[in-house]
Design a protein around this ligand. Sequence first.
Ligand code: CIZ
Ligand code: SF4
Length: 326
Amino acid sequence: MIHNIEQNIEKIKNLLSTYLTPDEIKNRLELIEKINQLKKEKNAVILGHNYMTPDVFYGVSDFTGDSLYLSEQAAKTNADIIIFNGVYFMAETAKILNPEKKVLIADETAGCSLSESVKPEQLKKFRRENPGIPVISYINSSAEVKALSDIICTSANAVKVINSVKEDTVLFLPDSYLAANVQKETSKKIITWNGKCMVHELFTPFDIELSKKTFPGVHIIAHPECNPEITKIADFTGSTSQIQKYVEQKRPDKIFLLTECSMGENIKARFPEIQFVSTCQMCPHMKKINLDMIYHSITNEKFEINVEPEIIEKARISLNRMFEIN
Ligand code: CIZ
Ligand code: SF4
């Protein structure tokens, strides 16, 4: 999504007024203004993942969406600096696709339980022991792991990517739940890795049962990083961009959204008539990126993402294979 930040300011004031004092709102709005001013002065572009809080999402992000869409936008920009508001592997992906640009992340410790579950050495060992098995890596993986993979995929195109290889068996890493969800839709044999998203793994089928009892008629929408026992009973399962499209088209009255909390808040800001019920889960990594850290980042041009040129080259080949399939 492309944002008109000026027009978003009223939306932000309304959103913040539900949980901040007038003074706190004033501070946030001042910070938003300062960041946007520095952005102009430094010819920077700010990208915001769907899991960013509404003040970051609507207040300072020029583009919002999933990690791949944002990296693609970065590739088209004339800006000198790209500030990626998301987690580390996402900023790395933007760097791989834009090696000549300065890519910054506001907090370099914003990791991801999935990308951290694969050590390059483990993958090298698998490759040595299993020659001929293609390695398909979810975009939630480090640059080094991407470089060691044959093809990259997102949760939106995983089935298509897996079906594109000629071999009958593939290694799919690192998300074992996403692998199990994809396995339901392909005849290829998927060897899985032992990775899980620490946010989506917290949802249980019991949450859905309870939600259905408490809120009759509730629409259950899940992310494919959730347990397959959940996606089996959900009304819709999709990546964050697919969820957004689905909600825009269907406009259900009541939704239980089984994904990161800010996703629901950002949708709610556009469609206030939709009621989001039941609990959401927060990603502690995504929540490290806030207005204070972004202000620090753009002021001091920190923290710069650096990836070895040969890793960039190899990782880019794996990413380009995905673009060709798409
Ligand atoms: O690639 C992304 O942005 C992730 C990790 C989630 C999604 O479903 O969009
Ligand atoms: Fe990683 Fe899960 Fe956080 Fe996304 S929500 S960054 S997959 S830990």
